[in-house]
Design a protein around this ligand. Sequence first.
Ligand code: ADE
Length: 241
Amino acid sequence: MKINIITLFPEFFDNFKKESIIGRAIESQKIEINIINLRDFCYDKHKQADDMAFGGGPGMVMKLEPIFNALETVTGKVIYPSPQGPVFTQKLALDLSIEKEITILCGHYEGIDERVIEEKVDLEISIGDYVLTGGEIPAMVMCDVIARMVPGVIKKESYENDSFFDGLLDHPHYTRPSDFKGLKIPEVLISGHHKNIDNWRLEQSLKRTMERRPELLENREFTKEEKKIMEKLEKKLLNQN
Ligand code: ADE
């Protein structure tokens, strides 16, 4: 998969491209992250990428010509990170992870000329209800979430068990030692009984989701097993009150 990132600050991505899972995915050619310097597409004398807003007001607006020019060099869906979009989700990332090529367009200042969004942007997406200084960090977030689900980047089982993948928060994890100064791990995890371990993990996921993010369960179609566990958890909760 090829991910193009159009930015005025290409150096932002230097480490991002080198480190850890993303670094290895690039090295093994599972993904390509192509950083496009928007400045290279500013053809006027001063290489100006922004200008004052029509109608006045503080802040500058990113000009449309350089962005149109840069977009001529790419194909596939164009994503514009912005607080105005719907919030990014694991489901959307999974859908995007099977695309051949996508482009993330990083905005700055007050934003970009609206005509770019109307004419060229397929998806305007927010990473949460807060405002960042620019689109580079959201671009990294999106890139990271999408790239790890590109086939071959990490094991499918790894991300299928993640929080949100199946609409639930993740269960707790433990590693050695099993007893650290009296801090013990749940017995079931060293029982060797895989069915009981799976059940315990599902129960923990449901319990955490119920306690921390109950809205995630609102429209869930529970499996038989999940229904049983939910009844047990609700009974426990009733007994506590
Ligand atoms: N740019 C600035 N704030 C943003 C946000 N919350 N999400 C995506 N892009 C942004």
